[in-house]
Ligand binder design. Sequence first.
Ligand SMILES: *Cc1c(COP(=O)(O)O)cnc(C)c1O
Length: 363
Amino acid sequence: MSNRVFNFSAGPATLPLDVLKKVQEEMLSYDGKGMSLMEMSHRSKEFEQVIHEAEALCKELLNISDDYRVLFLQGGASTQFSMVPLNFLTEDKTADYIVTGSFANKAYKEAVKLGNVNVAGNTKEANHNYIPSQDELTLSEDATYVHITSNNTIFGTQWNEYPDTGDVPLVADMSSDIMSKPMDVSKFGLIYAGAQKNLGPSGVTLVIIRKDLLEKVPETLPSMSRYDLMAESDSMYNTPPTFAVYILKLVLEWLKARGGLDAVNQFNLEKAKFIYDAIDNSDGFYQGHAQKEHRSLMNATFRLADSELESTFIKEAAENNLVGLKGHRSVGGIRASIYNAMSKEGCIALAKFMEDFKAKHSK
Ligand SMILES: *Cc1c(COP(=O)(O)O)cnc(C)c1O
Protein backbone atom coordinates (compact mmCIF):
# COMPACT_ATOMS: atom_id res chain seq x y z
CA MET A 1 0.00 0.00 0.00
CA SER A 2 3.04 2.27 -0.23
CA ASN A 3 1.49 4.11 -3.18
CA ARG A 4 -1.40 5.43 -1.07
CA VAL A 5 -1.21 9.18 -0.39
CA PHE A 6 -2.75 11.23 2.41
CA ASN A 7 -5.76 12.67 0.58
CA PHE A 8 -7.13 15.90 2.10
CA SER A 9 -9.67 16.43 -0.67
CA ALA A 10 -12.96 18.08 0.32
CA GLY A 11 -15.06 15.49 -1.48
CA PRO A 12 -15.26 12.91 -2.81
CA ALA A 13 -12.85 12.22 -0.02
CA THR A 14 -10.58 9.58 1.38
CA LEU A 15 -12.20 6.29 2.42
CA PRO A 16 -11.02 3.86 5.11
CA LEU A 17 -8.40 1.50 3.68
CA ASP A 18 -10.10 -1.50 5.31
CA VAL A 19 -13.31 -0.64 3.47
CA LEU A 20 -11.54 -0.35 0.12
CA LYS A 21 -9.83 -3.68 0.66
CA LYS A 22 -13.13 -5.34 1.49
CA VAL A 23 -14.72 -3.90 -1.64
CA GLN A 24 -11.77 -5.18 -3.67
CA GLU A 25 -12.05 -8.61 -2.10
CA GLU A 26 -15.78 -8.82 -2.89
CA MET A 27 -15.57 -7.17 -6.30
CA LEU A 28 -15.76 -10.19 -8.58
CA SER A 29 -17.91 -12.43 -6.45
CA TYR A 30 -20.10 -11.08 -3.68
CA ASP A 31 -21.02 -13.59 -1.00
CA GLY A 32 -19.98 -16.47 -3.27
CA LYS A 33 -22.58 -15.56 -5.88
CA GLY A 34 -20.17 -15.34 -8.82
CA MET A 35 -21.02 -11.72 -9.52
CA SER A 36 -20.33 -8.30 -8.07
CA LEU A 37 -22.98 -6.70 -5.90
CA MET A 38 -22.94 -3.99 -8.59
CA GLU A 39 -24.33 -6.53 -11.06
CA MET A 40 -27.18 -7.76 -8.87
CA SER A 41 -30.84 -6.82 -8.89
CA HIS A 42 -31.80 -4.28 -6.28
CA ARG A 43 -34.64 -6.69 -5.45
CA SER A 44 -32.18 -9.50 -4.71
CA LYS A 45 -32.07 -10.79 -1.17
CA GLU A 46 -28.37 -9.83 -1.03
CA PHE A 47 -29.00 -6.17 -1.78
CA GLU A 48 -32.09 -5.99 0.40
CA GLN A 49 -29.94 -7.18 3.24
CA VAL A 50 -27.31 -4.54 2.49
CA ILE A 51 -29.79 -1.65 2.48
CA HIS A 52 -31.57 -2.88 5.61
CA GLU A 53 -28.28 -3.21 7.44
CA ALA A 54 -27.23 0.26 6.31
CA GLU A 55 -30.47 1.66 7.70
CA ALA A 56 -30.11 -0.25 10.97
CA LEU A 57 -26.52 0.96 11.39
CA CYS A 58 -27.57 4.59 10.84
CA LYS A 59 -30.22 4.21 13.52
CA GLU A 60 -27.82 2.56 15.91
CA LEU A 61 -24.91 4.95 15.43
CA LEU A 62 -27.03 8.10 15.68
CA ASN A 63 -29.44 6.63 18.21
CA ILE A 64 -32.42 7.50 15.99
CA SER A 65 -35.88 6.90 17.45
CA ASP A 66 -38.81 5.24 15.68
CA ASP A 67 -40.26 8.68 15.00
CA TYR A 68 -37.88 8.95 12.05
CA ARG A 69 -37.30 7.30 8.70
CA VAL A 70 -33.86 6.78 7.20
CA LEU A 71 -33.76 7.09 3.40
CA PHE A 72 -31.08 6.62 0.76
CA LEU A 73 -31.76 8.95 -2.14
CA GLN A 74 -29.98 10.22 -5.23
CA GLY A 75 -29.03 13.54 -6.75
CA GLY A 76 -26.64 14.61 -4.01
CA ALA A 77 -27.21 17.22 -1.34
CA SER A 78 -27.91 19.69 -4.14
CA THR A 79 -31.14 17.88 -5.03
CA GLN A 80 -32.20 18.28 -1.39
CA PHE A 81 -31.79 22.05 -1.79
CA SER A 82 -34.93 21.98 -3.94
CA MET A 83 -36.62 18.87 -2.57
CA VAL A 84 -36.95 20.36 0.92
CA PRO A 85 -38.85 23.48 -0.24
CA LEU A 86 -40.86 21.50 -2.83
CA ASN A 87 -42.18 19.31 -0.03
CA PHE A 88 -42.57 21.83 2.79
CA LEU A 89 -42.48 25.40 1.52
CA THR A 90 -46.01 25.29 0.19
CA GLU A 91 -48.19 28.31 -0.53
CA ASP A 92 -48.69 30.87 2.26
CA LYS A 93 -45.74 29.49 4.18
CA THR A 94 -42.35 31.01 4.95
CA ALA A 95 -39.07 29.20 5.46
CA ASP A 96 -36.11 30.61 7.39
CA TYR A 97 -32.61 30.19 6.00
CA ILE A 98 -29.39 30.85 7.88
CA VAL A 99 -26.73 31.57 5.30
CA THR A 100 -23.32 30.62 6.71
CA GLY A 101 -21.51 29.67 3.53
CA SER A 102 -21.66 28.80 -0.17
CA PHE A 103 -23.76 25.67 0.14
CA ALA A 104 -26.14 27.39 2.55
CA ASN A 105 -26.50 30.13 -0.04
CA LYS A 106 -27.19 27.62 -2.79
CA ALA A 107 -29.89 26.02 -0.66
CA TYR A 108 -31.38 29.45 -0.02
CA LYS A 109 -31.38 30.32 -3.71
CA GLU A 110 -33.31 27.17 -4.62
CA ALA A 111 -35.90 27.89 -1.93
CA VAL A 112 -36.39 31.45 -3.19
CA LYS A 113 -37.51 30.03 -6.54
CA LEU A 114 -40.23 28.05 -4.84
CA GLY A 115 -41.73 30.19 -2.10
CA ASN A 116 -41.39 32.79 0.63
CA VAL A 117 -38.03 32.86 2.30
CA ASN A 118 -36.71 34.85 5.22
CA VAL A 119 -32.96 35.16 5.65
CA ALA A 120 -32.74 34.65 9.40
CA GLY A 121 -28.99 35.17 9.48
CA ASN A 122 -26.20 35.82 7.02
CA THR A 123 -22.46 35.90 7.71
CA LYS A 124 -21.43 36.98 4.22
CA GLU A 125 -20.05 40.35 5.39
CA ALA A 126 -17.36 38.50 7.33
CA ASN A 127 -16.69 36.11 4.44
CA HIS A 128 -18.47 33.46 6.49
CA ASN A 129 -15.74 33.12 9.11
CA TYR A 130 -18.13 32.54 12.03
CA ILE A 131 -21.45 30.99 13.07
CA PRO A 132 -24.15 33.41 14.27
CA SER A 133 -25.36 33.19 17.85
CA GLN A 134 -29.01 32.76 18.72
CA ASP A 135 -29.55 36.47 19.43
CA GLU A 136 -28.17 37.43 16.01
CA LEU A 137 -30.93 35.44 14.30
CA THR A 138 -34.21 36.93 13.11
CA LEU A 139 -36.40 33.85 13.03
CA SER A 140 -39.96 34.16 11.67
CA GLU A 141 -42.94 33.78 13.96
CA ASP A 142 -44.20 30.57 12.41
CA ALA A 143 -41.80 29.36 9.77
CA THR A 144 -42.52 26.03 8.10
CA TYR A 145 -38.89 25.10 8.80
CA VAL A 146 -35.51 26.63 9.59
CA HIS A 147 -32.62 25.56 7.35
CA ILE A 148 -29.00 25.45 8.47
CA THR A 149 -25.73 24.01 7.13
CA SER A 150 -24.12 22.26 10.08
CA ASN A 151 -20.57 22.41 8.70
CA ASN A 152 -19.43 24.91 6.12
CA THR A 153 -17.12 22.86 3.96
CA ILE A 154 -15.62 25.75 2.01
CA PHE A 155 -15.12 28.24 4.84
CA GLY A 156 -14.23 25.77 7.59
CA THR A 157 -16.79 26.71 10.23
CA GLN A 158 -19.11 24.39 12.16
CA TRP A 159 -22.15 24.79 14.38
CA ASN A 160 -21.43 23.59 17.91
CA GLU A 161 -24.79 24.45 19.37
CA TYR A 162 -27.68 24.33 16.95
CA PRO A 163 -30.22 27.18 16.99
CA ASP A 164 -33.27 26.82 19.16
CA THR A 165 -36.27 26.88 16.83
CA GLY A 166 -38.96 25.89 19.31
CA ASP A 167 -41.63 23.83 17.55
CA VAL A 168 -40.43 24.79 14.08
CA PRO A 169 -38.67 21.85 12.42
CA LEU A 170 -34.94 22.36 12.05
CA VAL A 171 -33.61 21.15 8.69
CA ALA A 172 -29.88 20.61 8.38
CA ASP A 173 -27.53 19.99 5.50
CA MET A 174 -24.97 17.82 7.29
CA SER A 175 -23.09 16.72 4.20
CA SER A 176 -19.68 17.48 5.61
CA ASP A 177 -20.01 16.50 9.27
CA ILE A 178 -22.63 13.77 9.45
CA MET A 179 -21.62 11.08 11.95
CA SER A 180 -18.41 12.88 12.85
CA LYS A 181 -19.71 13.15 16.43
CA PRO A 182 -22.80 12.14 18.40
CA MET A 183 -25.82 14.16 17.26
CA ASP A 184 -29.20 14.56 18.88
CA VAL A 185 -31.41 13.73 15.90
CA SER A 186 -34.54 14.52 17.95
CA LYS A 187 -33.67 18.22 17.59
CA PHE A 188 -34.25 18.00 13.82
CA GLY A 189 -37.18 17.60 11.48
CA LEU A 190 -34.95 16.59 8.60
CA ILE A 191 -31.26 15.94 8.08
CA TYR A 192 -29.64 15.33 4.71
CA ALA A 193 -26.10 14.55 3.68
CA GLY A 194 -24.41 13.63 0.43
CA ALA A 195 -22.32 10.58 1.31
CA GLN A 196 -19.06 11.50 -0.38
CA LYS A 197 -17.46 13.34 2.54
CA ASN A 198 -18.01 11.35 5.70
CA LEU A 199 -20.00 8.29 4.71
CA GLY A 200 -18.86 6.75 1.46
CA PRO A 201 -18.70 7.39 -2.26
CA SER A 202 -20.75 9.92 -4.21
CA GLY A 203 -24.09 8.85 -5.60
CA VAL A 204 -26.10 8.31 -2.45
CA THR A 205 -27.63 10.90 -0.15
CA LEU A 206 -28.69 10.04 3.38
CA VAL A 207 -31.97 11.60 4.49
CA ILE A 208 -33.32 11.30 8.02
CA ILE A 209 -36.87 12.61 8.26
CA ARG A 210 -39.39 12.82 11.08
CA LYS A 211 -42.42 10.73 10.20
CA ASP A 212 -45.06 13.41 10.85
CA LEU A 213 -43.50 15.56 8.13
CA LEU A 214 -44.22 12.86 5.56
CA GLU A 215 -47.91 13.63 5.93
CA LYS A 216 -47.44 17.21 4.73
CA VAL A 217 -46.07 16.31 1.31
CA PRO A 218 -48.24 17.62 -1.57
CA GLU A 219 -49.51 14.81 -3.80
CA THR A 220 -49.08 17.03 -6.84
CA LEU A 221 -45.28 16.81 -6.73
CA PRO A 222 -43.37 14.72 -9.25
CA SER A 223 -42.99 11.28 -7.71
CA MET A 224 -39.20 11.34 -7.50
CA SER A 225 -39.39 14.52 -5.40
CA ARG A 226 -41.80 13.13 -2.80
CA TYR A 227 -40.33 12.13 0.54
CA ASP A 228 -43.47 10.19 1.39
CA LEU A 229 -43.16 7.95 -1.70
CA MET A 230 -39.46 7.41 -1.03
CA ALA A 231 -40.31 6.33 2.52
CA GLU A 232 -43.24 4.11 1.51
CA SER A 233 -41.03 2.28 -0.97
CA ASP A 234 -38.13 1.91 1.50
CA SER A 235 -35.90 4.01 -0.80
CA MET A 236 -36.63 1.60 -3.66
CA TYR A 237 -39.18 3.59 -5.63
CA ASN A 238 -36.75 3.16 -8.50
CA THR A 239 -33.33 1.53 -8.74
CA PRO A 240 -31.27 2.89 -5.84
CA PRO A 241 -27.51 3.52 -6.19
CA THR A 242 -26.77 -0.03 -5.07
CA PHE A 243 -22.98 0.02 -5.08
CA ALA A 244 -22.80 3.35 -3.24
CA VAL A 245 -25.22 2.06 -0.58
CA TYR A 246 -23.08 -1.05 -0.16
CA ILE A 247 -19.89 0.97 0.38
CA LEU A 248 -21.74 3.29 2.75
CA LYS A 249 -22.79 0.25 4.75
CA LEU A 250 -19.17 -0.87 5.00
CA VAL A 251 -18.17 2.61 6.20
CA LEU A 252 -20.87 2.48 8.87
CA GLU A 253 -19.59 -0.90 10.02
CA TRP A 254 -16.13 0.62 10.21
CA LEU A 255 -17.43 3.53 12.32
CA LYS A 256 -19.15 1.10 14.64
CA ALA A 257 -15.98 -0.97 14.99
CA ARG A 258 -14.09 2.18 15.99
CA GLY A 259 -16.37 2.38 19.02
CA GLY A 260 -19.26 4.48 17.73
CA LEU A 261 -19.63 8.23 17.42
CA ASP A 262 -18.27 9.18 20.86
CA ALA A 263 -15.00 7.52 19.99
CA VAL A 264 -15.08 8.96 16.47
CA ASN A 265 -15.53 12.44 17.94
CA GLN A 266 -12.56 12.01 20.29
CA PHE A 267 -10.49 10.87 17.38
CA ASN A 268 -11.60 13.84 15.24
CA LEU A 269 -10.81 16.30 18.05
CA GLU A 270 -7.30 14.90 18.36
CA LYS A 271 -6.76 14.98 14.60
CA ALA A 272 -7.90 18.58 14.17
CA LYS A 273 -5.74 19.70 17.10
CA PHE A 274 -2.54 18.75 15.29
CA ILE A 275 -3.41 21.06 12.41
CA TYR A 276 -4.87 23.95 14.39
CA ASP A 277 -1.86 23.84 16.73
CA ALA A 278 0.43 24.06 13.72
CA ILE A 279 -1.48 27.21 12.66
CA ASP A 280 -1.62 28.77 16.12
CA ASN A 281 2.03 28.08 16.95
CA SER A 282 3.35 29.51 13.69
CA ASP A 283 3.77 33.16 14.83
CA GLY A 284 1.41 34.27 12.10
CA PHE A 285 3.10 32.35 9.29
CA TYR A 286 -0.22 30.49 8.91
CA GLN A 287 -3.48 32.35 9.45
CA GLY A 288 -6.72 30.49 10.10
CA HIS A 289 -9.81 31.72 8.24
CA ALA A 290 -12.49 30.74 10.78
CA GLN A 291 -12.82 32.41 14.16
CA LYS A 292 -11.35 30.02 16.71
CA GLU A 293 -14.55 29.12 18.56
CA HIS A 294 -16.30 28.29 15.28
CA ARG A 295 -13.55 26.21 13.71
CA SER A 296 -14.61 23.08 11.90
CA LEU A 297 -13.21 19.72 12.94
CA MET A 298 -13.72 18.57 9.37
CA ASN A 299 -12.25 21.31 7.16
CA ALA A 300 -9.33 23.41 8.39
CA THR A 301 -8.94 26.54 6.25
CA PHE A 302 -5.92 28.82 6.40
CA ARG A 303 -3.80 31.21 4.42
CA LEU A 304 -0.11 31.84 4.41
CA ALA A 305 0.86 35.36 5.53
CA ASP A 306 2.93 35.46 2.37
CA SER A 307 0.26 34.37 -0.10
CA GLU A 308 2.83 33.98 -2.84
CA LEU A 309 4.11 30.93 -0.99
CA GLU A 310 0.76 29.14 -1.17
CA SER A 311 1.35 27.45 -4.50
CA THR A 312 4.79 26.33 -3.33
CA PHE A 313 3.17 24.95 -0.18
CA ILE A 314 0.72 22.91 -2.23
CA LYS A 315 3.45 21.69 -4.58
CA GLU A 316 5.88 20.69 -1.83
CA ALA A 317 3.08 19.07 0.19
CA ALA A 318 2.23 16.89 -2.81
CA GLU A 319 5.89 15.86 -3.07
CA ASN A 320 5.44 14.62 0.50
CA ASN A 321 2.34 12.58 -0.39
CA LEU A 322 -0.02 15.18 1.11
CA VAL A 323 -2.55 15.97 -1.61
CA GLY A 324 -5.88 17.75 -2.13
CA LEU A 325 -4.91 20.80 -0.06
CA LYS A 326 -5.79 23.66 -2.37
CA GLY A 327 -8.43 25.92 -0.81
CA HIS A 328 -11.68 26.77 -2.55
CA ARG A 329 -11.39 29.92 -4.67
CA SER A 330 -13.82 31.87 -2.46
CA VAL A 331 -11.43 31.61 0.51
CA GLY A 332 -8.14 30.92 -1.23
CA GLY A 333 -5.19 29.49 0.59
CA ILE A 334 -5.21 25.99 1.97
CA ARG A 335 -7.98 23.66 3.06
CA ALA A 336 -7.25 20.40 4.81
CA SER A 337 -10.34 18.21 4.86
CA ILE A 338 -9.97 15.68 7.64
CA TYR A 339 -13.20 13.74 7.66
CA ASN A 340 -13.78 10.56 9.66
CA ALA A 341 -11.67 8.42 7.35
CA MET A 342 -8.55 10.61 7.48
CA SER A 343 -6.02 8.90 9.70
CA LYS A 344 -4.21 10.44 12.64
CA GLU A 345 -0.97 9.68 10.80
CA GLY A 346 -2.17 11.88 7.94
CA CYS A 347 -2.84 14.80 10.29
CA ILE A 348 0.49 14.36 12.08
CA ALA A 349 2.28 14.24 8.72
CA LEU A 350 0.57 17.44 7.59
CA ALA A 351 1.33 19.27 10.86
CA LYS A 352 4.97 18.19 10.62
CA PHE A 353 5.13 19.34 7.01
CA MET A 354 3.67 22.73 8.04
CA GLU A 355 6.40 23.18 10.66
CA ASP A 356 9.15 22.15 8.27
CA PHE A 357 7.80 24.35 5.51
CA LYS A 358 7.69 27.32 7.86
CA ALA A 359 11.26 26.71 9.03
CA LYS A 360 12.44 26.48 5.45
CA HIS A 361 10.59 29.51 4.10
CA SER A 362 10.32 32.05 6.90
CA LYS A 363 12.76 34.90 6.80
C1 LIG B 1 -20.39 18.98 -0.79
C2 LIG B 1 -21.54 19.66 -0.18
C3 LIG B 1 -22.75 19.84 -0.87
C4 LIG B 1 -22.93 19.41 -2.30
O1 LIG B 1 -23.16 18.07 -2.36
P1 LIG B 1 -23.55 17.32 -3.72
O2 LIG B 1 -23.75 15.92 -3.23
O3 LIG B 1 -22.40 17.49 -4.65
O4 LIG B 1 -24.79 17.92 -4.25
C5 LIG B 1 -23.79 20.44 -0.21
N1 LIG B 1 -23.66 20.86 1.06
C6 LIG B 1 -22.51 20.73 1.75
C7 LIG B 1 -22.42 21.22 3.15
C8 LIG B 1 -21.42 20.12 1.15
O5 LIG B 1 -20.28 19.99 1.84
